[in-house]
Design a protein around this ligand. Structure first.
Ligand code: ADP
Ligand code: ZN
Ligand code: ZN
Length: 742
């Protein structure tokens, strides 16, 4: 983007450069007609413009004096939608940066990040007024004579004692009719007030905890002024959240706002509660569970500076803040920060760029930092803060391996694991059993001919779901009834092979008939509140056995779990994805971290066929940071990220040869821009790890380079040529910079 010129120096004609929702990697120029020229739209304002045969809403990127296009061919702007920019300049800069870095069309990037309701010409909502009730003079002087009912009188007394009560609070205890009767008798009235200044004097509802020495040291190091990236590397339960809270307190006192990003809100209802319990300041949420209207409302409150704290998931990194003060991104290693389709940005990496652009600090927190972030610490881009011990009374759990080859195993559970569970339950403790496979069994096989029932749309087996008597594809949602006989040899001996959470749940329940067995996975938590009800049951502290998928590994703080059993520690040891080991280590440590968070010392059982696997050994005996160091050394040796730069060009099509041919052409063009060398290499086209998904054939071209600048140069030239290829129309394609999955 060219530097903006002061308007006065721009001589006519005025060109308005606009981003619209389009797959093309460019902006579009329009003329500003005379009648709009008196108050030209500022960058960040919406305008309506003719586009093809339609009129669309676009965002003004900049005003310019000249255009690369023939002025006679430019069309005029229809109308200006916003008097003031919808997006602050700083955020605009972020979008520009992101569009350049990810080689994604800026219009698409901007519009996917805007609340749906703003993608049309709808105005930004006005600040919401709060309805407050107060007693009138008549009411105070002789209200009781005018009112009959005891409820009405009680309400009046309340209003007289304590004026300006929020209507919604009153409605929790009084009926609408009671309220209205006070209005009718004119003993009470309604007043409206706008958003209130944040009351810094009474900011805290709860006093902060007294930090332990390592927390204090971290807190003293974190500078809440100016840009700096901090990696807060602290074992689960070490008190990272307490540090976030205390940093946020500081910056609210400076009159600024905090943006807090977390991987998934539904899994961590406690996070919201901890923020609300601590601060007497407006907090808004931004996540996919909101209605369009709610999302717009939160967004607007952040933009207007009313919200002191914005708590959101990935796309909340694009929330405009009037007075940005700090960004906190928890569980920075979590994959959900990377958008996996369309505009494939990493919210973590963009958050760091944003903090830099806004000169504010950013804290990335994790018990299992990504190799990228650890490397950024090693190279001095981030500053490393360590919390080695758990805060409060809890101690680190004790790990133990169970060799699956040496034991009897039933429904995925080894005999010695079962005894350990029995022991814990007998002592009225809680147990968490982890199996990252939902459903009853991962495959349905024919006992006679070995035939496995596959998904007709994907390269994968169908999962048996016994409760629903169906086979389901976990990738495309295809579903069918359980087959009565083998589709291949008609044998009636079809068996459900392998173990999923549904099967292990049934087995555990049969072994512990008097103990509640709660299954937490996507199938059992679909209903609203189902998850919360299960969490509540666990939080009650009664003995129980929880079984579930990685949903259990995330964030939720279980105070009473004393034993964690990982049924299958091996999945991930032998994957073709170079990040698989890192993921496995993170998952195991995160699951283990659910244990012994309260007063009971926890232990962790790892069931494996590979008890001697060197990686598991390092992880268990020496801990995550040694494990991560070991993986880093391997990556460096193999020149894999973060020690090289990786980009994928992805293409999928309804025929495999279309996708492959497109990428073949892409490779040729790319090689003509920068020819292969030791510092920039090409691999592919290759089929994706799951080649066919949802009836689409997926291919990739891998480009890896030593220098980011080479890749960036290459991609910026390549994408413009790819857009023009006829073969591009037969495929869906996109660029994946810093891919997280292959
Ligand atoms: P993390 O975010 O690293 O998992 P939390 O901040 O959730 O850790 O802290 C874990 C538990 O320890 C919480 O129950 C928290 O209230 C408690 N805790 C944190 N810091 C302290 C402290 N300084 N003193 C006492 N308890 C603490
Ligand atoms: Zn068969
Ligand atoms: Zn499928």
């Amino acid at each position: 983007m060219a530097d903006l010129k002061p308007l006065a120096s721009i001589s006519k004609p005025l060109i308005v450069r606009v981003a619209v929702l389009s797959p093309l990697r460019r902006s579009f120029d329009y003329l500003l007609p005379d009648e709009l020229a008196k108050s030209p739209p500022q960058p960040g304002c919406r305008v309506s413009v003719p586009f093809g045969r339609r009129t669309v809403i676009g965002l003004v990127i900049e005003l310019a004096e000249s255009s690369d296009f023939d002025l006679d061919k430019l069309k005029p702007v229809d109308a200006i939608v916003d008097a003031d920019p919808l997006l602050p300049k700083s955020l605009f800069k972020l979008f520009n940066w992101a569009a350049n870095y990810y080689h994604h069309p800026i219009g698409d990037a901007l519009f996917t990040a805007l609340p749906v309701l703003l993608r049309t010409g709808r105005p930004l909502p006005e600040p919401r007024l709060t309805r407050l009730w107060q007693a009138t003079k008549t009411g105070i002087e002789n209200g009781h004579e005018l009112l009959r009912g005891a409820k009405q009188r009680a309400l009046l007394d309340e209003l007289a004692a304590d004026p300006l009560r929020i209507e919604n609070d009153l409605l929790k205890r009084y009926s609408r009719a009671t309220l209205n009767s006070l209005l009718e008798k004119q003993v009470a009235e309604i007043v409206f007030i706008g958003p209130q200044e944040i009351d810094v004097e009474n900011l805290l509802r709860q006093p902060p905890l007294t930090l332990n020495p390592s927390q204090q040291q971290a807190m003293d190091t974190i500078d809440c002024h100016g840009f700096n990236s901090w990696l807060l590397d602290g074992v689960t339960g070490s008190g990272k959240t307490e540090i976030y809270l205390q940093c946020i307190e500081k910056i609210i006192r400076y009159g600024r706002q905090a943006l807090v990003l977390i991987p998934e809100i539904s899994l961590t209802p406690q996070t919201e509660k901890r923020f609300r319990d601590r601060f007497n300041a407006p907090l808004v949420m931004l996540h996919s569970g909101l209605t369009d209207q709610e999302r717009l409302e939160s967004w607007a409150q952040a933009a207007r500076g009313e919200a002191a704290i914005v708590l959101g998931t990935r796309s909340a990194v694009f929330t405009p803040l009037k007075r940005p003060g700090i960004i906190i991104l928890d569980e920075e290693h979590d994959q959900s920060y990377k958008q996996q389709d369309g505009f494939r940005y990493s919210a973590r990496d963009l958050a760091v760029i944003r903090a830099k652009q806004e000169t504010i600090p950013i804290i990335l927190g994790s018990a299992t930092p990504s190799l990228e972030s650890l490397n950024n610490c090693a190279t001095g881009r981030y500053r490393h803060l360590l919390l080695r011990a758990r805060a409060g009374e809890a101690v680190q759990p004790h790990w133990r391996m169970v060799d699956l080859r040496a034991e009897q195993v039933e429904c995925g559970i080894a005999t010695s694991t079962l005894s350990a569970i029995r022991e814990a339950v007998a002592q009225n403790q809680q147990v968490l059993v982890f199996l990252n496979r939902r459903g009853f069994a991962p495959a349905m096989l024919c006992h006679d001919c070995g035939f496995a029932v596959d998904c007709p749309n994907c390269d994968t087996r169908l999962t048996v779901h016994r409760r629903h008597q169906r086979l389901l594809c976990h990738h495309c949602n295809y579903s069918r009834r359980l087959p009565q006989c083998c589709p291949n040899c008609q044998s009636q001996r079809m068996v459900a092979a392998g173990d999923g959470t549904e099967r292990s749940e049934g087995f555990l329940q049969s072994r512990f008939p008097d103990t509640p067995v709660l299954r937490i996975d996507r199938d059992t938590t679909r209903k609203k509140n189902a998850m919360q009800e299960m969490f509540d049951a666990v939080d009650s502290g009664e003995p129980c056995v929880l079984i579930g998928t990685q949903m259990l590994a995330k964030g939720h703080h279980f105070a009473n779990i004393s034993l964690v059993a990982v049924l299958d520690a091996d999945s991930g040891l032998f994957s073709a994805d170079f990040r698989a080991h890192e993921r496995l280590g993170q998952l195991l440590v995160q699951v283990a971290g659910r244990s012994g968070r309260g007063k009971i010392a926890g232990s962790v059982i790892l069931q494996t066929h590979q008890p001697d696997h060197p990686l598991l050994d390092v992880l268990i005996k020496q801990g995550y940071s040694h494990f991560a160091n070991l993986l880093s050394e391997q990556r460096q040796l193999l020149q894999l990220p973060p020690f090289s730069q990786l980009t994928l060009i992805r293409a999928d099509a309804d025929r495999p040869d279309s996708a492959e041919a497109f990428l073949q052409q892409a490779r040729q063009i790319a090689e003509s821009i920068i020819s292969p060398s030791p510092s920039l290499s090409y691999l592919g086209p290759l089929p994706a790890l799951m080649e066919r998904r949802n009836s689409r054939y997926r291919y990739l071209l891998q480009i890896s380079g030593e220098r980011r600048s080479d890749l960036n140069y290459l991609l910026s030239h390549l994408v413009l040529q790819l857009e023009k290829l006829p073969a591009a129309r037969q495929v869906r394609w996109g660029i994946d910079v810093d891919p997280q999955e292959l």
